[in-house]
Design a protein around this ligand. Structure first.
Ligand code: P6P
Length: 335
């Protein structure tokens, strides 16, 4: 490819997914249509998030149209729910914002179930920290009324997972089970362009990412592992600590630079803080697809079978070798 050819060979996310899906004889374009509606939601949220600060400013000037400034996470949820229903390809939607699942009316029903957090880390908006949308897609059992059982599946059954990070640029990272690819929104085109083909996480990293403020409540294996990061016994240099407190930002850095992200269990929250269906599973799916791994402290994260929609789980994910180390410490604890 000459440089010029690359510049003109605009690989948009839609073209990329069409190419991928065309390799699957059974695909009839349903997934591509579903994804295009998820992409539409991401474009809307990207625009709303980038204006959030400005809207607040205008609000201060008292020029809003009087309508209560809808919280961005509620607005984002409304947009995704409506976009997903209008795709005609979904039948159950599970959102971090909604206590109960949304069952799509029969006339608009499709074969996919989407679990998502429309705006994860939204408490960070006011200080300009990157936040994001996280989603996972299951195929639901055909031919009978959809039930909650259709979404309480292990993460390994997901067909696809991804996140869209709203930061200095708008980056959508996606896997449909054949590796991980990153796309960056070109606002002048309104298209997500392939910028990070075939992302692979380094086998080992130099960064650990955890909220050290919870150290008092950690269990022994986590305590020992973090100690090892700070005071390595084998004479290697200590790992750096990077923790933003916004999962999409922390995971995106881990995926690109390597290292490990931890949200462990602690005495106050025995199942940690992060939600299984729309935080732990999608990020674990991506990590495995990028050559890393994800562990709950007891098992492979994607093997977990959730019993409740908003169930939490501890999570250790990132570079393969870094996660191996903490798995060994938990295994020791078992013996
Ligand atoms: P803590 C944000 O509120 C969030 O849900 C994730 O995005 C983030 O990883 C985590 O919580 C941060 O939690 O307890 O460290 O502030």
């Amino acid at each position: 490819h000459s440089a010029d050819a690359q510049r003109t060979d605009l690989m948009t996310i839609t073209r990329f997914v069409l190419n991928e899906q065309s390799k699957r004889p059974e695909s009839r374009g349903d997934f591509t249509i579903l994804l295009s509606h998820i992409v539409l939601g991401c474009k809307f949220v990207c625009s709303a998030v980038s204006k959030a600060g400005l809207a607040k400013l205008i609000g201060l000037a008292g020029e809003t149209n009087g309508e209560e400034q809808k919280k961005l996470d509620v607005l984002s949820n409304d947009v995704f729910i409506k976009a997903l229903i209008s795709s005609g390809r979904t039948c159950i939607l599970v959102s971090e914002e909604d206590e109960d699942a949304t069952f799509v009316e029969p006339s608009k029903r499709g074969k996919y179930c989407v679990v998502f957090d429309p705006l994860d880390g939204s408490s960070n908006i006011d200080c300009g920290v990157s936040i994001g949308t996280i989603f996972g897609i299951y195929l639901v059992k055909e031919g009978r009324e959809p039930t909650i059982e259709d979404v309480l599946q292990p993460g390994k059954n997901m067909l696809a997972a991804g996140y869209c990070m709203y930061g200095s640029s708008c980056t959508l990272v996606l896997s449909t089970g054949a590796g991980v690819n990153g796309f960056t929104l070109d606002p002048s085109l309104g298209e997500f362009i392939l910028t990070h083909p075939d992302i692979k996480i380094p086998k080992k990293g130099k960064i650990y990412s955890v909220n050290e403020g919870n150290a008092k409540n950690w269990d022994d294996p986590t305590t020992k592992y973090v100690e090892k990061c700070k005071f390595p016994k084998d004479g290697s240099s200590p790992k750096s600590l990077r923790y933003i407190g916004s999962m999409v930002a922390d995971v995106h850095r881990t995926l690109l630079y390597g290292g490990i992200f931890l949200y462990p269990a602690d005495k106050k929250s025995p199942n940690g803080k992060l939600r299984v269906l729309y935080e732990v599973f999608p990020m674990s799916f991506l990590m495995e697809q990028a050559g890393g791994q994800a562990f709950t402290g007891k098992q492979r994260a994607l093997d977990l079978i959730p019993n409740k929609l908003h169930e939490r789980s501890p999570i250790f994910l990132g570079s393969f070798e870094d996660v191996e180390e903490i798995k060994a410490l938990y295994a020791e604890e078992e013996t």
